[in-house]
Design a binder for this molecule. Structure first.
Ligand code: CO
Length: 508
């Protein structure tokens, strides 16, 4: 039997509607989700924390508490970016330990811990904190292909994660290009050589994921990730119902009730309808191009909007060729947050500035100096030479350079909110600026519901062919929905350019 981790409340909506599902749209389904018999429900982490504070003006901790109350039976799971927690930089060990302890206390049972470089030193403190909290630690192997990524290197990482206390292993195929046969071989090798249970996380982007899930289940994976059908497919996970249906009556049968799943999907279809303005059709489509360029869907849409901002959408093809070259120069990092942004932005610069590395981003400089961890392969010597004058390359664990930061976070947040608790101090410690503006918005009564209705209206209006002139929105809400409106505009522009580029290609 293979079990299912349901991702509709995290990766499903992160992949399809930019993480915008609100807690109030989750709660009506909670009791039914809890009754299904899933292995676990992925509900937290990844981008949900940032987006809740930044755009939804929701307290992510309050969401976790509410979901835990509503779903007491099924283990709740989160995605943790190792030393980066739910943010985009390395945090000091004391913040990492406090965050994991608090998340476990408030309801997370399983922590999926990964590092974008597969550097175990960036996962060890988080894994240790998970163990101390009495929760289940899922050590993660980010799957990618390159001359330095071999079955043996993945098995060696699995062994190291086991030494660091992982209770189980996750093979994370964030880009959706793990073929069924390679997935099966990897799972078999990990089960045989490491001996821990293995779960597999895929994305449907290239169209292979349901086949891959079946193959890894046959090869001995104990669980696979899936999303209820309205939030499945394309950039998201394969559909839960399809996997359950495909394995029904076989030795792999997850034994979940298809009628009950169908009922839940009916509900989430109505949820998706409410967020339709956020849904980018491209993210729902199968993109076999991924099998060639291996660029994850989320990264592709970022590239498109960066190019759109520079009025350079037509140069996408050049950028797609430059991405693997930059990745090779950087020692073949897997492309996942934040390395996908680091590689993508530099590739755009290399194309648009008319010379490779004529401009080098701060992030690439830090990366080359080892501040993100040890790259899987060697850095291109030419690039290393250009960055050398910035300062010495560090060889140790990057977080060893960081002074403790929890106390400062507590002091600063209490200056803002005298009654702030540990959870709020952690929100502030991870995203100080975002937290400040979240506080301001909440103090002005601009809660999630007010904002979302306003923002969806604006995004909808931006997409309408001829927006009707009407009274200006009240100035307070106009200022605070800026980010939503901006995103709506960027998406609209990038889609227009994409369509124009496609037209160009067909004309030629
Ligand atoms: Co994912």
């Amino acid at each position: 039997m293979v079990e299912i981790t349901e991702t509709v409340l995290r990766d499903g909506h992160q992949s399809l509607i930019a993480t915008r599902m609100r807690t109030r749209d989750m709660l009506p389904a909670a009791e039914r989700l809890d009754a299904i018999g899933y292995r676990s429900l992925e509900v937290w982490g990844g981008a949900t924390f940032d987006v809740a504070l930044r755009y939804l003006r929701e307290d992510p901790w309050e969401r976790l508490r509410a979901l835990k109350r509503a779903m007491p039976r099924t283990p709740l799971q989160m995605l943790l970016r190792g030393q980066n927690l739910v943010g985009y930089r390395h945090y000091a060990d004391d913040l990492v330990r406090a965050f994991v302890a608090e998340a476990a206390r408030q309801g997370i049972d399983i922590f999926r811990v990964f590092d974008a470089l597969n550097d175990p030193r960036n996962m060890e403190v988080a894994l240790d904190a998970v163990k101390r909290a009495g929760a289940r630690a899922q050590g993660t192997i980010c799957y990618t292909t390159s001359p330095v990524h071999t079955l043996a290197s993945f098995v060696a990482l699995g062994r190291r994660l086991a030494e660091l206390g992982a209770d189980e292993l996750c093979v994370k195929d964030m880009g959706g290009f793990l073929p069924p046969s390679d997935g099966a071989a990897l799972v078999r090798a990990l089960v045989r050589e490491v001996g821990l249970p293995v779960v597999v996380h895929t994305h449907s982007s290239s169209g292979m994921s349901t086949m891959t899930c079946l193959a890894v289940a046959e090869a001995g994976a104990v669980a696979v990730d899936a999303a209820l059908s309205p939030f499945a497919g394309g950039a998201s996970q394969p559909p839960t119902e399809a996997l359950v249906g495909a394995m029904r009556g076989t030795p792999l049968d997850p034994k979940l009730d298809l009628a009950a799943l169908g009922d839940l999907s009916e509900y989430f279809r109505t949820v998706l309808d409410r967020y339709r303005p956020m849904l980018n059709l491209r993210s729902l489509q199968t993109d076999p191009g991924i099998l060639v360029h291996q660029i994850p869907g989320g990264m592709l849409s970022n590239l498109l909007s960066q190019l759109a901002d520079q009025e350079a959408g037509a140069r996408l093809a050049e950028v797609l060729q430059e991405v693997p070259r930059v990745r090779a120069d950087l020692g073949y990092p897997p492309l996942v947050t934040p390395t996908s942004q680091i590689v993508g932005t530099q590739a755009v610069l290399n194309v648009l500035t008319g010379g490779r590395y004529r401009q080098i981003t701060r992030e690439v400089r830090d990366y080359v100096r080892g501040l993100y961890g040890t790259p899987p392969g060697a850095i291109d010597p030419d690039l290393a030479g250009r960055v050398a004058r910035d300062g010495p390359t560090i060889a140790g664990r990057p977080a060893d350079l960081l002074a403790p930061e929890l106390e400062t976070a507590v002091r600063e947040v209490r200056a803002l909110v005298p009654a702030a608790d540990t959870a709020e101090a952690l929100s502030y410690g991870i995203f100080p600026e975002v937290y400040r503006s979240y506080r301001r918005a909440v103090d002005q009564g601009l809660t999630s519901d007010v904002l979302t209705s306003a923002a969806l209206g604006i995004v909808g209006a931006l997409r309408a062919p001829a927006p009707a002139p009407g009274p200006a929105p009240p100035s307070a809400s106009r200022a605070s929905v800026g980010a939503w409106a901006h995103e709506g505009r960027v998406r609209l522009q990038s889609q227009r350019r994409w369509v124009a580029a496609a037209h160009d290609r067909t004309r030629r």
